[in-house]
Design a protein. Structure first.
Length: 202
């Protein structure tokens, strides 16, 4: 996605949200690099579902290397013909790729002035792209930071209805080792965001 800088200050808790959206996006867009795996081993957590996921991921990452994680990524998302999982909103919501959820997303991207990068060939409703968009909306990567109501509307339309299901599938996928705790973290984070946005509406 194309980015443009904003001078608007972002609250610390929103920076932390954006950081997690970004981390999940990077981990799901390409096989993690050696540097990312090393940083992942340094993650700390508490006794919450999210914190437990961080501790588990740190422990698993310490036993992995770039080659093993790349092999796992390929089995999960690429495979021969297709990977074990298809991480697209259209597929999870309709059972087919490139369906109405993608068209709706493209309309919202246009209204938010989010453009697809020239070197990205995946459909925009890929989970990694959607998480990157959320991070960018929070921090102002695509202009001014989006308001909480704009974030809520985007999340509720394009992420909330299916991402929790995807992350649960990732957590339980037969090829998941490094990605199993990423699935647990993603699932817990989506639940936290859903509850926060739900409370906004009451």
């Amino acid at each position: 996605m194309l980015a443009s800088a904003s001078n608007t200050q972002v609250a610390e808790e929103d920076k932390l949200r954006a950081d997690l959206y970004d981390y999940l996006s990077v981990a799901l867009s390409n096989p993690p690099t050696k540097e990312l795996i090393k940083k992942t081993t340094e993650l700390k957590g508490d006794e919450s579902d999210l914190g437990t996921g961080f501790k588990s991921l740190s422990r698993v990452a310490s036993s992995q290397n770039e080659k093993s994680v790349t092999s796992e990524f390929n089995a999960l998302f690429i495979g021969v013909g297709r990977g074990e999982l298809l991480p697209y909103a259209s597929f999870y919501l309709t059972g087919f790729l490139n369906e109405k959820p993608l068209a709706l997303l493209r309309n919202d991207m246009a209204s938010l002035q989010i453009e697809r990068s020239a070197n990205v060939y995946e459909p925009e409703d890929n989970i990694a792209s959607l998480l990157e968009m959320m991070a960018g909306m929070i921090t102002g990567r695509f202009g001014e930071p989006a308001s909480l109501s704009q974030q809520r509307d985007f999340f509720n339309r394009h992420i909330g209805p299916w991402a929790g299901h995807f992350f649960s599938d990732l957590e339980g996928a037969k090829n998941s080792v490094f990605y199993a705790p990423i699935g647990a973290i993603g699932r817990a984070f989506i639940e936290i965001e859903q509850e926060a946005f739900r409370m906004m509406a009451t």
